[in-house]
Design a protein around this ligand. Structure first.
Ligand SMILES: Cc1ncc(COP(=O)(O)O)c(C=O)c1O
Length: 382
């Protein structure tokens, strides 16, 4: 990491694990064939490693290989799921037009939803409770025979809260409504078996779980009808045209395997570090935690700080810390997530998301506490 900067922004992205880089290495230049070239042996070798990787990734999620479509990341997977479901409904002459999501979804869900709202669909955007969790009664009331799709993320990228997926899945089942879940912050960090939770479509991304950037997947439950959003070839069951990036797929499989192996121990260790950081913050006074303390990702801490101005705060912090004030995909604007929780624009701007990762240490957390203490002393005095 850049000189003297402590990286605590692992929810934005994670470093590619060295073992992942190693697993990918042979597939760039040595075994470079196109897995769609089935007429020669190198192509078949590439196809075989894609299939092995697909089976391994799907298996970690309790799925079969046929239920996984590779794509470039969670943004694309969300677009394919949401727009693909809507277009399939139109294609088969269905009449369901209502889409439901939570106001705290990532923009990669909100924007496709809003796009569809401009094309004949009705969008119901539910306000979360003050702790960031969905209000299940509100969801139940919003579900109707016209509802096509509910999209609720597994773990929030800013405040880390974990939504009650099983209960949401049950409500959706009762109304025969499809349930899409953005699992970008959850896969590799939590045990997630979409089919047992009633999730029909699950998006996730390699670079959030110590895998490579540019690869992700959409898990699709059997029987879910999707219209392709990228045309031009028959790859991925005709749902996503384009030559498969074999090295990235191999890397994703390795990353999922490694993440499964250390998930529990990592979670426990990072929860300890995160709790220590929160204690340190509380001792500084005038700091509130955003989102429910539980259920929450073990590596997330999001705080709002009184008596300081957001821009000055982040300008000071960034000399020593790599932290975030919201989603990396919505840079510049005060967080829509924190505002949905009831924070003002100013409070949202004076907020910090710390997210810890595999190589975070006690020393990193101590340093973060020291830097924050020093920064608040200076800014609050000014
Ligand atoms: C919850 C959530 N969804 C979607 C995305 C987008 O993922 P990708 O960068 O793989 O497109 C992110 C990344 O920040 C995320 O946190």
């Amino acid at each position: 990491m850049a000189s003297g900067v402590t990286y605590l922004d692992y929810q934005s992205t994670t470093p590619c694990d060295p073992a992942v880089v190693e697993a990918m290495a042979p597939w760039w230049s040595d075994a470079f064939a196109n897995p769609a070239s089935r007429l020669h042996r190198p192509g078949l070798t590439a196809a075989a490693v894609v299939q092995q990787s697909r089976t391994a990734i799907a298996g970690a999620l309790g799925l079969t290989a046929e239920e996984l479509i590779f794509c470039s990341g969670a943004s694309e997977a969300n677009n394919l799921a949401i727009k693909g479901v809507a277009e399939a409904e139109l294609r088969r002459g269905g009449t369901r037009r209502r889409l439901i999501c939570l106001a705290t979804e990532h923009r990669a869900v909100l924007d496709p939803m809003r796009y569809l709202a401009g094309h004949g669909f009705e969008l119901v955007c539910l306000a979360p409770q003050a702790n960031g969790l969905i209000d299940l009664q509100q969801l139940e009331a919003a579900l109707s025979p016209e509802t096509l799709l509910v999209s609720v993320m597994a773990a929030n990228n800013e405040i880390g809260v974990l939504q009650p997926l099983e209960a949401i899945g049950q409500l959706c089942r009762q109304q025969q409504v499809l349930f899409h879940c953005d699992g970008a912050q959850a896969v590799g960090h939590l045990p997630l078996q979409p089919l047992t939770l009633g999730i029909d479509l699950l998006s996730f991304s390699g670079h959030k779980l110590y895998g490579p950037k540019g690869i992700g997947a959409l898990a699709i439950a059997p029987g879910v009808d999707l219209a392709p959003q990228q045309h031009g070839g028959s790859q991925e069951r005709g749902l996503r045209a384009g030559t498969l990036p074999v090295p990235l797929i191999v890397g994703l499989a390795k990353a999922v395997q490694l993440a499964e192996a250390d998930r529990q121990a990592r979670g426990l260790r990072l929860a300890g570090l995160r709790d220590a950081l929160w204690q340190r913050c509380q001792a500084l006074g005038g700091i509130q935690r955003n989102g429910a303390e539980a259920p929450c990702l073990p590596h997330n801490l999001n705080i709002s700080i009184e008596g300081v101005e957001g821009t000055a705060l982040h300008q000071a912090l960034r000399r020593s810390l790599a932290v975030s004030s919201g989603s990396a995909c919505a840079a510049g604007e005060p967080s829509h997530v924190l505002q949905a929780l009831g924070r003002s624009r100013l409070e949202a701007a004076a907020s910090v998301r710390f997210s810890l990762g595999r190589s975070s240490s006690g020393a990193d957390v101590e340093r973060a506490g020291d830097v924050l203490e020093q920064t608040l002393k200076t800014l609050r005095r000014a």
